[in-house]
Design a protein around this ligand. Sequence first.
Ligand SMILES: [Zn+2]
Ligand SMILES: [Zn+2]
Length: 426
Amino acid sequence: MLFKSPRGTKDILPQESGIWLKVEEKARSVFSLFAYEEIRTPIIEESKLFSRSLGDLTDIVQKQMFLINKETDTFVLRPEATASIVRSYVENTLYNVPAVSKFYYMGPMFRAERPQKGRLRQFHHIGCEAIGSYSPYLDAEAIALASRIISSLGITGHQIIVNTLGCLNDKKSFALNLREKLLPQKKSFCEDCQSRMAKNVFRVLDCKNKQCKDIILAMNLGVSHICQECRKHFDDVRIGLDLFGVSYEVNPLLVRGLDYYTRTVFEITHKDLGSQDALGAGGRYDNLVEELGGPARGAVGFALGVERLLLAGGGAIARDGEGQSPDCYIIPLGDEAFKACLKVLQFLRDSGINTDIDYLEGSLKSKMRRADKSQAGFCLILGDNELAKGTAVLKNMRASTQEEVNLTQLVEKIKVYKPKDGIKSC
Ligand SMILES: [Zn+2]
Ligand SMILES: [Zn+2]
């Protein structure tokens, strides 16, 4: 019987994992630049955590949770990380410091939805949360951070869209207003929207259906539902963005589907991604810490989809990425030579040279073919003749030159060709 990976999941094979490492490394260095520190929370959480924070009526909670029932407890594979991080922040009383806590994370998330291009059941997020301040400039900094991670990967052509949802009161009155305006035309909307009107009316605003979109646009929804304080907050977010040199667009129709968002929301889209066009999204959630049992704390965060980043910038990232090929590939010829080679292998590795050795049977020609395939910078051939002399044949695979070298000079010879950014450039 042949097994396949579960629908909507993907193996990240060695030839791709180099790019993944590159993306993660770049993100880490940008997070450090912005003084964020890594947090790692469990993959499983209590299911109530998400219904409480994302909202009972959201698509994620209603349709997309991977449930694990264990006796009386129900866990889920986390569908996103914000709720987990706030849970951890409260549980570990991290709020007892007079500072903004800045966390970043990366890892798999899970949603049981219909797999399609750019949408998997196990997908990966790189994201962050800054908890402990209501400052609008923190929102601007978070957006600047997301933007910098994206451009550090060589991705161009993305667009940042921002909006404000206002505080809880504003959201409530907007929901009432919106429902009032939509209901008379209910029949003209798609079926999804009709049910959204009852449960999660904001989602009508980001329906992809053309007819729904047109009605919404014609309604010319303003910002009259946003209170003065929230308007001021949003103005300051925009001032911050200008100061950080981030270009963006305001779209009053941008809403995020999760209940916890208040005030600033943003989305980063890319033209190459088709209908699933968001590279990432985020926003402020000023009530969530309290909602999950902590003190009142303002917070803002975002998540970028790694698969989406790769779709949008895979080429650029790959060109920039170093391979994971070894510096040196050892070919032993004969049993005695093999033992000597193991010592050389150990010695080279101790000297910081990434080294592999040929374990397979076969002719010298087939061994050379494997050395070639490994894309090693050097190949070291050692047979009985060389063993007797304490030498080996060192082949520079890039330059196609070879010389007999004394084993004591080996490291020197290889390291000469190993400049700072790896041996592959020689
Ligand atoms: Zn308000
Ligand atoms: Zn619709």
